[in-house]
Design a binder for this molecule. Structure first.
Ligand code: DC
Length: 226
């Protein structure tokens, strides 16, 4: 264990955790871990290799351990994801890639193969870690733990907007179905399910604006300037 501070922000997709985590990390000048991007990059690599969980489990675990993944700050304050130096940022943002990531993420051996890679992000002066099991499994000794949630309908609407802004056309009813299926799989798996840590602060953001969520998180973590 180490003294390096970590704030974990867990929750389902569309709960606002990505935006809040990035904003928190940049205002504190801390590192940022988008653990979902690691699962998505693995899903992308598995797809490219033509592997399936049923037929190629050992090869997928090996791929997970050896994935040549790097993150670079992007112009919009987020992060670009590079796999073997190829920019895969927009390719991994589709719902299909998210669904594949969620299937791979249900496997305990695959999760174990990605664990140390995530813990390595804990560097001075501190880390904001965004995911599903940041507060429960990856950083159980985190300084502050937040769990953001929102209704599936609100999250489908937010996702629709987000995709639209990045030039991807989808529909709210379809996104609602995909999101609900992914939530059910992430929450019901036996390995590191999507659930708040016992010592996490749970915030339902369904009726809250981004600024209100930021205000609440600021109050909880006690850091100024967010
Ligand atoms: O946060 P996201 O939508 O980018 O994550 C994609 C999938 O990856 C998610 O449905 C489940 C998996 N995941 C996980 O199991 N644990 C994490 N810490 C982050 C993501």
């Amino acid at each position: 264990m180490t003294d390096i501070p970590v704030i974990t922000i867990d929750g389902p997709s569309g709960s606002g955790k990505g935006t809040i985590s990035q904003r928190l990390a940049s205002s504190l000048g801390w590192h940022y871990l988008d653990s979902g991007a690691i699962y998505r990059a693995l899903a992308y690599a598995v797809d490219q290799a033509g592997f399936t969980v049923d037929d190629n489990k050992q090869q997928i675990e090996e791929l997970a351990r050896e994935l040549k993944l790097s993150f670079q700050p992007s112009a919009d304050g987020g992060a670009e994801v590079l796999l073997d130096n190829v920019n895969i940022t927009s390719s991994i943002r589709t719902e299909e890639c998210g669904a594949m990531a969620s299937v791979l993420a249900a496997d305990g051996d695959i999760r174990a193969a990605l664990l140390q890679r995530q813990r390595d992000f804990r560097q001075l002066p501190g880390l904001v870690a965004d995911g599903r099991d940041m507060g429960t499994v990856v950083f159980p000794d985190a300084t502050h733990k937040i769990f953001l949630t929102a209704s599936a309908q609100v999250r489908a609407e937010r996702r629709y907007q987000q995709l639209k802004e990045s030039g991807i056309n989808d529909s709210i009813p379809r996104l609602f179905t995909v999101i609900s299926e992914r939530d059910a799989r992430d929450a019901s798996r036996s390995n590191s399910p999507l659930t708040p840590a016992a010592d996490a602060i749970v915030l339902d953001t369904s009726e809250m604006s981004l600024e209100q969520v930021i205000g609440q998180v600021r109050q909880q973590v006690g850091y100024q300037g967010l």
